[in-house]
Design a binder for this molecule. Structure first.
Ligand SMILES: Nc1ncnc2c1ncn2[C@@H]1O[C@H](COP(=O)(O)OP(=O)(O)OP(=O)(O)O)[C@@H](O)[C@H]1O
Ligand SMILES: [Mg+2]
Length: 322
């Protein structure tokens, strides 16, 4: 059963000159901050020059939660993840990651980011790319051999993402989907407490993509036996969001705001066959209805998005998409 929780409308954005000064990430958290949260965003606003990309973002992830974000292309999902990863400072608002600043969590390798475009080192082969963060940690005297136990060996991670036989391949010798799988294994290698994933399966074929989502759930559940692992997962596939998440956050565009949130109360562990259950299809319907109401970035051009980019999203409960 899924429950929609509409988000109250936020005040309209002011003129470009009305922005308060850039928030200091070291400043004390606001009165509503929850220090124990894995991620806490409060009143986050982001402006790129004259474009207000994000506004009034309030989002809290409790340790161990799996939260998916869906929304039209250009609504600010990647920007939100980059703020959570400490790679981008919000124009306004508070950000806390694991009770610390996002930059400190990033520096301490307590969070992992699987970016929308996998940034692999071209001169390193698959094995060396996956092992890169661990070798940095070893050099710095922290990480898998220090305080954080390794999630899996490099060989196990290579098997997990299905790249056996390509250990010595360089990134230019891999397809886009294979490069994404290397980036996923690399992010998992340091066993981060908070995993930020930006459309990590977008370049995969549909069958591999389905397998990967249940592999990810298996890893997440196995890792959670030792310590809570929190995931914030951006996707254009509503089916993927519902299959993975405890909560699906739906964003609207221009500026990006959290429009509503749907709790996914489907039992775990989840299986691929669950995707045909009435409760699953009901949750998919609810998310899709909210997305239809969220004006897409290119609405001016008359296009519609059930799942932007036409990402694989089967079965389509309400008929095939154009
Ligand atoms: N570095 C930048 N400078 C200026 N504008 C930017 C920059 N990065 C993103 N934007 C703008 O901010 C808005 C949000 O971009 P973002 O990449 O966060 O969207 P998104 O929801 O991840 O989109 P998609 O689903 O297509 O990946 C867009 O209008 C984009 O043009
Ligand atoms: Mg993006």
């Amino acid at each position: 059963m899924a429950h929609a929780r509409p988000t109250p409308p936020s005040p309209a954005a002011g003129p470009p000159t009305a922005d308060p000064p850039i928030a200091d990430p070291k400043a004390a958290p606001g009165p509503t901050a929850a220090p124990a949260a894995a991620l806490h965003l409060s009143g986050v606003r982001l402006r790129y020059d004259h474009l207000l990309a994000l506004d009034a973002i309030d989002l809290t992830l409790q340790p161990g939660q799996f939260v998916a974000i869906v929304g039209p292309s250009g609504c600010g999902k990647t920007s939100l993840l980059r703020i959570a990863a400490g790679l981008l400072l919000p124009t306004q608002g508070h950000v806390q990651v694991l009770g610390d600043t996002a930059a400190a969590a990033q520096a301490g390798k307590r969070l992992g980011l699987v970016a929308q475009s996998p940034a692999l080192l071209p001169w390193r082969d698959v094995r060396a790319n996956i092992d890169l963060p661990r070798s940095i940690n070893r050099a710095a005297g922290r990480g898998p051999q220090g305080t954080t136990p390794a999630l899996a060996s490099t060989d196990a991670l290579i098997r997990l993402v299905g790249l056996e036989g390509f250990e010595q391949a360089r990134p230019h010798e891999l397809s886009g989907g294979m490069q994404q799988r290397v980036a996923l294994a690399r992010a998992l290698a340091v066993n981060p407490e908070l995993l930020l994933m930006d459309e990590p399966f977008a370049a995969l074929d549909e069958i591999t993509r389905e397998q990967m989502r249940y592999e990810l759930l298996r890893i997440w559940a196995a890792a959670a036996e030792r310590a809570p692992k929190t995931v914030l997962f951006v996707t254009h596939s509503v089916t993927e969001a519902v299959a993975l998440a405890d909560r699906v956050v739906v964003m609207s565009a221009r500026p990006g705001r959290i429009r509503a949130e749907i709790a996914i109360d489907l039992p775990r562990p989840r299986r691929q066959t669950d995707e045909r259950s009435p409760a699953f299809l009901d949750a998919v319907d609810r998310v899709r209805a909210l997305l239809r109401d969220a004006p897409p970035d290119d609405a001016a051009h008359g296009t519609t998005h059930d799942t932007a980019h036409g990402a694989p999203d089967s079965p389509a409960p309400d008929g095939p998409r154009p």
